[in-house]
Design a protein around this ligand. Structure first.
Ligand code: GLA
Length: 357
């Protein structure tokens, strides 16, 4: 299938945006904290043209599904909600958006915690910016994308995914202060590369569990009389909170500290230890891991050449990320996947991409 076949004319422009994998700093962004994602090679591409019948038409190649927006007061569901949301937030920002034909194709896996939705939002906004020559910068693109996700896709997310998709590349880590949006592009720890394996376990409970964790963090911040948990730097301060707020807050405070240590420029070995500690904290204090992720992480952590491994993204299923010795990614990923599948699961190697290395 292609744009021409669906819309009977060629596209006028196209733009892409990548998915992301977060290396450290999980569940810190909605606490005004620090994150350290990088882009993955998989991306989403949006092709655009003007529609002549006064209605928006969206087509997803992956789903082979077309959604026609005949009533623009009614938010569609599924992939169309993200595109619809992007158009609406642009209109709310004061831009006039003509009726569009939108064709989407993506290699970012859905439901693995690698931000397929942010990739769709950012590529849509980039394509519309290009088509209509809108004076919007890349940080504004991320902010508009986050707004679309919160108000039209209904997820109370932080800003990490959209900032990573809009500003990160696959060769660097993006250190981001989610309160000030100050950021720094950093090299990977020396002699290391990343491996990403999908656990094959869908992220059930992800949105209810996510929103619950978020409100627990807000309650902890209120009790500690700070604006956000980012304002606590000494983890001992949270010890008097009632459970589960104590453990939730302890995860956030220690996780922020792990990110800050990592960006001071540590060895690959130390970076790996920080990732292992992050996983333990997400499993025991934040309680967003599931048995499959713990098994996959443990297999990775025990594999020679692995500096460290952890679940990545919101948790409750999805993918794991490992920092491994440079040049060994493919072999380590194959080995870990085989052991994981022998334990009765069906995982999938996402990075390095098949055909790489
Ligand atoms: C999801 C959200 C992000 C972030 C992560 C957890 O990916 O969209 O904003 O909160 O979970 O770190």
């Amino acid at each position: 299938m292609n744009f021409q076949k669906i819309f009977d004319k060629p596209p006028e422009t196209e733009a892409s945006a990548p998915g992301r994998v977060n290396l450290l700093g999980e569940h810190t962004d909605y606490n005004d904290g620090f994150v350290l994602p990088t882009a993955i090679p998989q991306s989403t591409t949006v092709q655009l043209g003007l529609s002549t019948d006064g209605h928006h038409h969206f087509y997803s190649e992956n789903l082979d599904e077309q959604v026609d927006i005949l009533d623009s007061n009614h938010t569609p569901s599924g992939f169309a909600s993200y595109i619809f949301g992007c158009i609406h937030v642009l209109e709310q920002a004061g831009y006039t958006i003509s009726s569009l034909n939108v064709y989407v194709t993506s290699s970012v896996p859905m439901g693995s915690g690698l931000s397929s939705s942010a990739a769709l939002e950012v590529s849509t906004l980039r394509a519309v910016r290009q088509l209509l020559n809108l004076p919007i910068n890349d940080v504004e693109i991320a902010q508009l994308a986050q707004k679309a996700e919160i108000h039209y896709a209904g997820v109370q997310c932080g800003i990490m995914d959209q900032m990573a998709s809009s500003l990160a590349d696959t060769e660097h880590m993006l250190f981001l202060d989610t309160r000030t949006l100050e950021r720094r592009v950093l090299p990977f720890p020396s002699g290391a590369e990343i491996v990403v394996i999908d656990s094959g376990v869908p992220r059930t409970l992800a949105s209810s569990g996510y929103n619950q964790r978020r409100s627990e963090c807000e309650a902890a911040a209120r009790s500690l009389e700070v604006k956000a948990l980012r304002d606590i730097t000494d983890a001992r301060i949270v010890e008097d909170l009632p459970e589960p707020l104590r453990r939730r807050a302890r995860h956030v405070v220690t996780e922020d500290n792990r990110v800050l240590e990592a960006v001071r420029g540590v060895s690959s070995e130390r970076f790996g230890e920080l990732m292992n500690a992050s996983h333990a904290s997400l499993r025991d204090d934040y309680e967003v891991s599931v048995p499959a992720l713990d098994i996959l992480v443990e297999i990775l952590q025990k594999t020679a050449g692995v500096f460290g491994a952890r679940l990545t993204g919101a948790g409750f299923g999805g993918a794991c990320v490992a920092l491994v010795a440079a040049g060994k990614g493919r072999a380590i990923a194959n080995h870990a996947l085989e052991a994981y599948n022998q334990a009765g699961y069906t995982g999938q190697i996402l990075v390095p991409e098949t055909g790489d290395k």
